[in-house]
Design a protein around this ligand. Structure first.
Ligand code: DHB
Length: 397
């Protein structure tokens, strides 16, 4: 016997997109159920990026999703680009009057889960979706198994695939589990967490002749750092001393070292699904698109998707109109492709590709010089990094 439950919006995935959408809908009196195949502990402990755009922070704070982002997060008014042995500050405050916040993704998730549960939200951990059916009808279904492995089904007015890069909802939308525009990069990042105080007040993006490094932060006592590496690198193959030597070499020294307690390799991919909607099924977040990590757009873009979709679903329940739902794919795509371009651009400008010619490398150096030496160049970067404002009623941008 299949256990069937009914709700207005069925959401697959308790990541930033799914939880934020559930929270925003709840504030408008719209019911949702969020299912997630991982446990709450796994969701709250997965290490991801740590930079929130100005608009993401505003949405978290203004809708009561997180009180902590403003107290425990750190505002950063700029970043440093380092190359040719010199540092160049991109001063966000001066260039665009905006900032970013260092507040790790898993803290955002802890806040969203706590907020949903406080508000009586229905989040079901350990529940696995295997397919989405009846997208073309006004009662689409999520088919799966519950935490005990028993058949389980959600029937809803809308189904949202917020189920990450290995989305099962994608097939119901694009006709295939992989259907999309895709690009892979011939390098990756080796990421570490270490116990040490911050080495610098702001993030350092360093493009050295030894490869790229990013010096990020997590707290007063924990730091996050990345080294460009081969995608096949075994993260256990380098000793702590080798990692530190490599990081110091790539930033020109001065890093405060400490014990490394976590290592991972992040692959670089760009992906946008061919379709974001089929009937009453929508894709958001990583299910709809993946960006390479440089520039930290992933979570922010997921939140931008659901800001827009929330407005469209609210309009539907308020007025019966499907205008905003119909417009969602085109409006969301604008920001998605701008973020795709920015992430690709930052990645290409800061990393030497294996096999790059001397011409390629000198051209890339020319590009870096152009950006940092021109106010217009720095401003362009600052606009994108801090996040394009959401203007007026057009929450797409
Ligand atoms: C972090 C990750 C990024 O990709 C980035 O551009 C900046 C910061 C991070 O994990 O802290």
């Amino acid at each position: 016997m299949t256990n069937t439950v009914r709700t207005q919006v069925g959401i697959i995935g308790a990541g930033p997109a799914g939880l934020m959408l559930s929270h925003l809908l709840h504030r408008a009196g719209i019911d949702s159920i969020v299912i997630e195949n991982r446990s709450r502990e796994q969701v709250e402990q997965t290490i991801r990026a740590g930079i929130l755009e100005n608009g993401t922070v505003d949405l978290l704070a203004e809708t009561g999703a997180s009180d902590r982002v403003l107290t425990d997060g750190h505002r950063h008014d700029g970043i440093e680009f380092r190359f040719g042995g010199e540092g160049h500050r991109i001063d966000f405050a001066d260039l665009v009057g905006r900032a970013v916040w260092l507040y790790p993704q898993h803290e955002v998730l802890k806040d969203l889960i706590a907020t949903r549960l406080r508000d009586g939200g229905d989040i079901r951990f350990g529940v696995t979706a295997s397919a989405v059916a009846d997208a073309d009808t006004d009662a689409p279904r999520i088919i799966g198994t519950d935490a005990d492995g028993a058949p389980f089904e959600i029937v809803a007015d809308f189904v949202i695939g917020a189920d990450g890069s290995r989305s099962v909802a994608r097939e119901a939308v694009t006709g295939s589990s992989t259907g999309g525009y895709f690009r892979e990069y011939p390098f990756a990042w080796f990421g570490i967490l270490c116990e040490a105080p911050p080495s610098a007040p702001e993030l350092i993006y360093s493009a050295s002749e030894h490869g790229f490094a990013l010096i990020s932060q997590r707290s007063e006592t924990v730091q996050r750092m990345y080294l460009q590496c081969d995608p096949e690198l075994d993260p256990t193959s380098m000793s702590d001393a080798e990692i530190w030597d490599s990081l110091q070499q790539r930033v020109g020294g001065g890093l405060i070292e400490g014990p490394i307690f976590q290592r991972d390799v992040l692959r670089f991919r760009s992906f946008v699904a061919h379709q974001l909607r089929h009937g009453r099924v929508f894709l958001v977040g990583d299910a709809a698109h993946t960006v390479p990590p440089t520039g930290a757009k992933g979570l922010n873009l997921a939140v931008a998707d659901v800001r827009l979709l929330n407005g469209a679903i609210q309009e539907f329940y308020r007025t019966g109109s499907t205008t905003q739902l119909d417009e969602f794919p085109e409006r969301a795509s604008k920001r998605i492709w701008r973020a795709q371009h920015f992430s690709w651009w930052m990645t290409s400008m800061l990393h030497a590709a294996p096999g790059a010619t001397e011409f390629d490398e000198r051209r890339r150096r020319g590009e870096l010089e152009s950006v940092v030496s021109s106010r217009a160049g720095r401003q362009y970067l600052a606009e994108a990094y801090t996040g394009w404002p959401f203007v007026g009623g057009d929450s797409a941008l």
